[in-house]
Design a protein around this ligand. Structure first.
Ligand code: CMP
Length: 136
């Protein structure tokens, strides 16, 4: 079976009307949308998703941002999708991300950086289990 990644189109992207632009980049690449749902997070769910960051100084404003409005959660699949999507979104800080990447082209922020994507097979498994338990 093809590899899977959990991808979030974050609240800044929804507010800015960039959902179609971002989704279409993934579709044009040839990745498959296995699941897609709009959700508005509560604080507990944000804590679970970002379990590895809850004690970091940047977490309180990140939590406020991630719960500030609807986001679009996706499961994408395809050959080496985890690495492919991380290349497409670019490095965390939109001010430093390479041109041609989603963050590099569309974000000027280290926090409001439009997209989240699983960074390893272990995190993809954990995150898909949290967001879409029915996908197993
Ligand atoms: P994401 O890929 O979702 O993983 C953790 C998120 O925390 C990251 O994208 C950013 O939104 C945010 N983040 C990471 N580092 C910082 C930082 N130094 N300052 C503010 N936000 C950060």
């Amino acid at each position: 079976p093809a590899e899977r990644s959990l991808v979030l189109i974050k609240p800044d992207a929804v507010r800015r009307g960039l959902v179609g632009e971002i989704l279409s980049r993934f579709e044009r690449k040839g990745l498959r949308v296995e699941a897609m749902e709009t959700r508005t997070l509560d604080g507990d769910f944000a804590d679970q998703h970002y379990a590895e960051h809850v004690d970091k100084p940047f977490y309180p404003p990140l939590k406020a941002f991630m719960t500030s409005g609807p986001l679009v959660a996706l499961v994408l699949s395809g050959d080496q999708v985890i690495e492919v999507v991380r290349g497409m979104i670019g490095s965390t800080d939109g001010r430093k991300a390479a041109a041609g990447t989603i963050r590099g082209d569309l974000s000027l922020s280290n926090r409001e950086n439009l997209v989240h994507a699983s960074d390893s097979t272990d995190s993809a498994k954990r995150e898909i289990g949290l967001w879409f338990p029915e996908l197993g």
